[in-house]
Design a protein around this ligand. Sequence first.
Ligand code: ZN
Ligand code: ZN
Length: 371
Amino acid sequence: MSSRQYVTEAALLEAPGRLGVDEVAFDGPDDGQVLVRMGAAGVCHTDKHLHDSDDGWGRPFPMLLGHEGAGIVEAVGAAVDGIEVGDHVAVGCRVPCGRCAQCRRGHTRICQSSSARMPSIERAADGQAVLSPMGIGLFARLVPVDARAAVVMERDIPMGVLGLLGCAVMTGVGAVLNTARVWPGARVAVIGCGGIGLSAVQGARAAHARQVIAVDLADRKLEWARKLGATDTVNAAEQDVVAAVRSLTGGVGVDFSFEAVGNPRCVEQCIEMLAYGGMATIVGKPQGESFFSVNLGGSTRGFFENTNTLTVTHGGDGLPAFDLPLYAQMHRQGRLDLDGLVTHEVSLSGLGEGFDRMESGDAIRTVVRFD
Ligand SMILES: [Zn+2]
Ligand SMILES: [Zn+2]
């Protein structure tokens, strides 16, 4: 057995497509870490993509996934300021490095190498190192976390809500508020109505968009989109997406479009549906190399004639320390409905179910609960 100070239960990705609940061990927390007793952790598409990949993106197994979550601080490293035992924290996966060119010029929201420092965790049975691919791994009952990724939150907000803030909400709402800066009265379309897309829908509503058009292949998701702020919906399996969006906007197109799928054809649609001066934002991470084409000119709807903009957001250009308390407050004020994003709760051993459910289009966010 391990000689490390702590042993706890975790859901490990042991090989491509193979999950198991096992014991992990670690010491800690080190100077810059806090030890978090997990309350809830959201299941994100990035976790699923890693789970489904043939090679773990070239990284060694076993892996501890889970990069959005929340819990209660159980121990604090010697060099950590501003976090105390008993604090409720939400964990966000973006930590500006402070050293890259963007950070040096004060643009920490677009830090080039934003990542938490990976904790040293091993599998208790054989001492095998456990990798946390995004610098944090939250599908464990107790975890050491880079203190810079842990944000102290008010204690009256339920763990299930806090658990979504760090990726889905920060990315979707942030894409709207930080990256695109949707203005009051704008027309908005969102392609892809998972946890991130539906957070973008809600962000657009909170930004006082006049029209929010949600696009997806699943009617169930479009129904949820309406509940969460979409004024119109388009089922992409049944309709020509660009024509439908143009028709819903009286032929004008949208001022802002968001691609929350990671599919090059959807990026093209996002561009083709823009109004004059409109901006498309790519939110979904593409899987592998992919290409899309843009009609620059040749028609009144070409990218050039239309003075369009195409941009990309990583994690909603989020700064967890600022954004997570803000989004929690917006939730409390009823300007975001974060409860509405949690459709399923599972225990640690139900993580695989959460991944399966993503495939079916039958869930917005599945949250792992530890109680
Ligand atoms: Zn994520
Ligand atoms: Zn940086």
